[in-house]
Design a protein around this ligand. Sequence first.
Ligand code: HEM
Length: 421
Amino acid sequence: MDTAAEPRVPQTQVAEEGVAEAAPPAGKCPYSYPFHRPSAVEIPPLYDKLRADEPVAKVSLPSGDEGYIVSRYDDAKVVLSDLRFSRAATVEPGAPKLTHVPMPPNSLFTLDPPEHTRLRKLVAKEFTNRRIRELRPRVQELTDELLDRMAEQGGVADLNEALAFPMPVAVICELLGVPFEDREKFRNWSNAIVALTTLTQEEMMAERLAMAGYIWELVQVKRKEPGTDLLSALITAHDDENTLDEGELVMMAMTLLVAGHETTVSMIGACVLTILREPRLRAIVDEQPEKIGALVEELLRVNPIGDGGPLRITLTDVEIAGTVIPKGSAVMAAVASANRDERRYTAPAEVDVDRENSQHLAFGNGVHFCLGANLARLELEVAIASVFRKFPTLRLGTEVDQLRMKSGMLVHGLESLPVAW
Ligand code: HEM
C-alpha cells in the first residue's frame, strides 16, 4: 500500500463504536481507566465527551481504587504543577493506587519538594541543553549504523526492532554506562515497570527486584572502577551537604533507564507512523529541515504515549473546574486529552508546524517536568530526519487497521511498525 497517495488523515477519528463508555448511573464510579482506544492511531474518544461535559470525572483505576481524571488543558496544567497535588503522598499507606504494585518511595516520581529538589539538582546538570547538544554526533552515528543494518534486510523491516527500540536504549545505556549487551534484560524489566494490567503483582515485583539487583551490582563495579558515564558521576555527585545514598543511586539509575527509553521508543514509532500517513508532513521533513523541531513538538502534542501523567494525591480539598476534589483523592492529568483541547488549540487534531501557541503538556509542567525532554527531542529529530533521508521511498508495510498498540500499559506503543521501501 502506498500511503503517500492517501489523503490527509485527521489524528482523531471518533470510530463509530468508539464511544463505548456510556454515562454512569449517579453516584457510581463511572469509567474504567485506562480508556478504550478504538485503534492504534486514535486516542480514547471518551476524552472528547469528558472535556465537554465532565472536565473532572470519577474513574476506577486498575487497582480497583477510585480516582479523578482532569481532561482540559488549563486544569491539567494545574494538576501537573500545583504542589497541592502531591507525588510523595502516592506512596503513603492507605493512599489510593494506580496499580496493586506499590511505587518505590525514593524516586523522582514519588517525591515532593524539598526532597525532590535535592535529588533532581544532583542529576539535572547531566541533562542540560548544552550537555545534550554534545550528544548529537553520537546519536547520529548510532542511528546511521542501525539504518545501514536495516537497509541490508532487503525491502521490509519492523521499524520498532530496527530503530525505535535499539537507538534510545543504546543512547541511555551509553549515557549511564550500562553494558549494551544487557539491553534485552532492560526491555523486559521496563515493560514490567510500566505495566498497568498485563502482569500480576508478583510478576511486576519480581522484575523490579531483578532490575534493582542488577543495578546495585553495577554500582559496586563503578565504585571500584569509575568511568566517564552518568552512573559514575552520580556515585560522586554531591551538593553542599549531600550525596546520593546507595538506595537513591539504584533508584535514580532505574528511573532514568526506564523513563529514558520506554517513552522514546514508543514516540519514535508514533511519529514516523504519523508522517507516513500524511504526505504534507513528509514534504516538511524533505524540504523544510529548519521546521523539523516544530514538527517534533506537534507530533509530541498529538501522539500521547500515555493517557495521563502519573497519579497525584490531593493534600487538601481542591476545586477544579467547579468540582471540589476532596483531600486524599487520586488525580490524574489527562495529558492525551489536554493536548487536544479545543479551548486551547484551533483544529487540535491537526499537525500544524506554524501553530502559534504550540506549547503542550507532553513532557508535563512544573517541578516534575520531564528531565529527559531535551534528550527525547534530540533523539526524535535525529530519528525522523535520518530515516526519511536514508529511505526516500519509505512507506507503511501494512494496513493501518492491522497495527496494534500494546495495551494495559502506562506507556502506549505500537507492537510493531512494519515498513517497506
Ligand atoms: C518522548 C519521550 C518522553 C516523553 C513523552 C516523556 C514524558 C514525561 C512526562 C509526561 C513526565 C512526567 C511529568 C509529570 O507527571 O509531572 C516525565 C518525567 C520524567 N522523565 Fe520523561 N519523557 C520522555 C523521555 C524521557 C527521557 C529520554 C528521559 C531520560 C533520560 C526521561 C526522564 C524523565 C524523568 C527522570 C522524569 C521525572 C522527572 C521528575 O519527576 O522530576 N524522559 N517524562
